[in-house]
Structures are given as C-alpha cells and as structure tokens.
Design a protein around this ligand. Structure first.
Ligand code: UT7
Length: 323
C-alpha cells in the first residue's frame, strides 16, 4: 500500500524576538505571570517585510534543502494558515509562485491551531489517492497582525513563524512497521465558536478583525479533547501510548501539554516543547516543534511519533506516523 513518508523538514522564524519583559509598559502584565500560567518566555514577531507567504516560502525552501529535493519534484502544496497574505488568492499559490513552481496545485486550509494536523491529513489522502506523489505541507502564521495589542489576556500568548514538511509516496506493507503516516483522527465542533474567534471578516465586517479568546473556557476543554483524539489515532494505528518515541503537541500552553502527556501516560522526556521560545504560533507550532526535534537528532528514522493540536472552532486532531 502507499504510505506518505516524511522526507524533509524546514522552519522559518521572524528576526525580531520579543521577550516577556518587553510587554511590561505595553499592557499590565509580568514575566512571572506569563511564565507561570503558560511557560512562554519569548516569541518571534514579524517585521513589516515578513509575511505568512515569505515565512512559508523560507520554511519550504529549508524543507526542500533538508530533503535534497528540487521544487520540480513537488506536485502539491497545502498551506495551513488563518493569517493569509490576502483574502484571496490562496497564500499557498503565492508561495508556489515564490518557489518558481508553475506545475501542480496549491491551496490553503484553515483550521486555526489544528491547521497543520488537518493539512498533513489532507495531503496524505491526496498522496494515497494517487493525485500527488510529493507534497509540501506548510504551517505559516503572522498572528501578531490580528492581535489586540491592548488586550493582555491574548497578546502575550501568540507568536509568528512557519514550519514545513515534505511528504512522499512510498510503498509500505500495510503494517505498523511501515514508515509514514499510519493513522489520523480529526474533529471539530462549531458550537464552541465564541470561545476563540476573530471579530471580523470579509463577509461580515469587511475588516480583518482581532483575535478574541475566553482562555479559561478553551483551557477547560483542551486536555480532554486532545487526549480523546490521541487515543483514537493510537487505537486506529494499533499502538499504545507506551510505544511512542516522541509526542509533538500543539504549543499553546505548557500546562496543557503537561496535563495531556500525564493523562496519556507519556514520559515527559518524550515530549517536544518549544512554547517557551515560540509562544503559540497556531498552525506553525507543530511543524516548528517537529523540525527542532529532528534537527537536534532526537527524532530519528524509524521512531514512532504522535502529533496533536487543538484550537479555534473548536477543531482538534492527531496524527500517528513512523519517521
Ligand atoms: O491554540 C489555541 C488554543 N488556546 C489555548 O489553548 C489557550 C488556552 N488557555 C490558556 O492557556 C489559559 O487559560 C490562559 C493562559 C489564556 C490564561 O490562564 P488562566 O490560568 O486560565 O488564567 P485566567 O484566564 O483564569 O486569568 C487569571 C487572572 C485574571 O485575573 P482575575 O480575574 O483573577 O483578577 C486575569 O485577568 O490573570 C489575569 N490575567 C493576566 N494577568 C497578568 C490575564 N492575562 C494576564 C496577563 N498578565 N497577561
């Protein structure tokens, strides 16, 4: 059977780093509050010349270099983002153009913080359906542009960045010994819309709007939603949590990451954490964390890896793959 195997990873982070202390004087907050409640110490913030497209392009180029591939070999780009450069065309198409690619097809996918998990699941289906052989799956965000910088309950939490992976169709045996994506599980429930949303849009206000979040309400649902979907992916894959080599969660809050790993019985030493340096980068957070753990040699060929995310919508999902 066809499996979607990861061939390369890449990232891009804006030049400017904003530390917690830099918020003091901007809003009524403190480094101590932010670290205690979230685990975040700093985040990257895009400058005027850095956009979702430019960061996505840079992450894609890094992933191509990591895979030793030329863009001519890619036939699909799926970009997960909630902060596109324009309302349309899709920022994926802009990245396609920036990469000098005029063949294949590219589109955006919007599932907020779960965007990358949705995008890699979608690309896997295109690959297994025979519509693509090699896909660039990118999560790229510039949430700094939709934050209300006077709202301390949200502006300290998010950061900008991009991560990319390249998936390639390879033949597997249909067992859990195969490399590649082994199981995925996606969920959404729009009845939670008001807990995390943007108060503007092309069809309502005609403006971009600002992010609004009832953080405590999101927190209340996060751990049970994450663990449900992780357990579902593990069940479909026929793997127990104890057999995982690496857990790569969405990086929103260290307390949510710790509580989810604890509930699932995953050893903290197997949990990849970047929220301290990136903040919540929405659809970019999982590929940024994944690429860091690959780059420093933690994730190696053959390792069993579990990705998960939860965010606005609500949307949530998990992906089980052998590296
Ligand atoms: O990626 C999408 C998914 N999003 C998430 O997963 C976010 C989920 N939520 C969270 O991570 C947490 O709920 C937050 C980090 C947003 C907030 O932490 P919390 O422990 O739930 O705090 P809280 O909202 O209950 O607020 C506690 C207090 C409040 O003051 P009072 O009402 O107790 O007087 C807030 O006004 O902390 C206050 N507060 C702040 N204080 C200093 C809120 N934001 C800040 C701030 N600095 N930046």
């Amino acid at each position: 059977m066809i499996r979607s195997v990861v061939r390369g990873v890449g990232t891009a982070l804006p030049r400017r780093v904003m530390k917690n202390a830099d918020f003091e004087g901007v809003v009524e907050t403190s480094d101590e509050w932010i670290v205690q409640r979230t685990g975040i110490r700093e985040r990257h913030i895009a400058s005027d010349d850095e956009t979702t497209a430019s960061l996505g392009e840079a992450a894609a180029r890094a992933a191509l270099a990591n895979a030793g591939m030329d863009v001519a070999e890619i036939d699909l780009i799926v970009l997960a983002t909630s902060t596109p450069n324009n309302t349309f065309p899709a920022t994926a198409v802009e990245i396609q153009n920036r990469l000098g690619m005029t063949h294949g097809f590219a589109f955006d996918l919007q599932a907020v913080c779960s965007g990358f998990v949705y995008a890699i699941t979608t690309a896997d289906l295109y690959i297994r359906g025979g519509l693509a052989k090699r896909a660039l799956v990118i999560g790229s965000e510039t949430f700094s542009r939709i934050l209300d910088w006077t709202d301390r309950t949200t502006c300290v939490l998010f950061g900008d960045g991009a991560g990319a992976v390249i998936l390639e169709a390879q033949t597997g045996e249909g067992t859990t010994a195969d490399r590649g994506i082994l199981a995925t599980s996606l969920r959404s429930d729009g009845s939670h819309k008001e807990k995390l949303y943007v108060d503007g849009g092309p069809s309502t206000t005609g403006t971009v709007g600002h992010l609004r979040m009832e953080g405590r309400e999101v927190f209340k649902h996060a751990v049970s939603m994450i663990t449900d979907v992780v357990e579902d992916a593990l069940r479909i894959g026929g793997i127990s949590a104890g057999q995982l080599d690496w857990f790569v969660p969405h990086q929103a809050n260290k307390r949510i990451i710790d509580a989810s790993a604890r509930k699932l019985g995953i050893d903290p030493a197997k949990v990849v954490v970047t929220v301290d340096r990136h903040g919540n980068t929405s659809a970019a957070s999982v590929p940024l964390a994944l690429a860091e753990a690959v780059g420093d040699g933690r994730i190696k060929a053959g390792d069993m890896v579990l990705l998960e995310a939860m965010g606005g919508g609500f949307t949530w999902g998990a992906v089980l793959l052998r590296w």
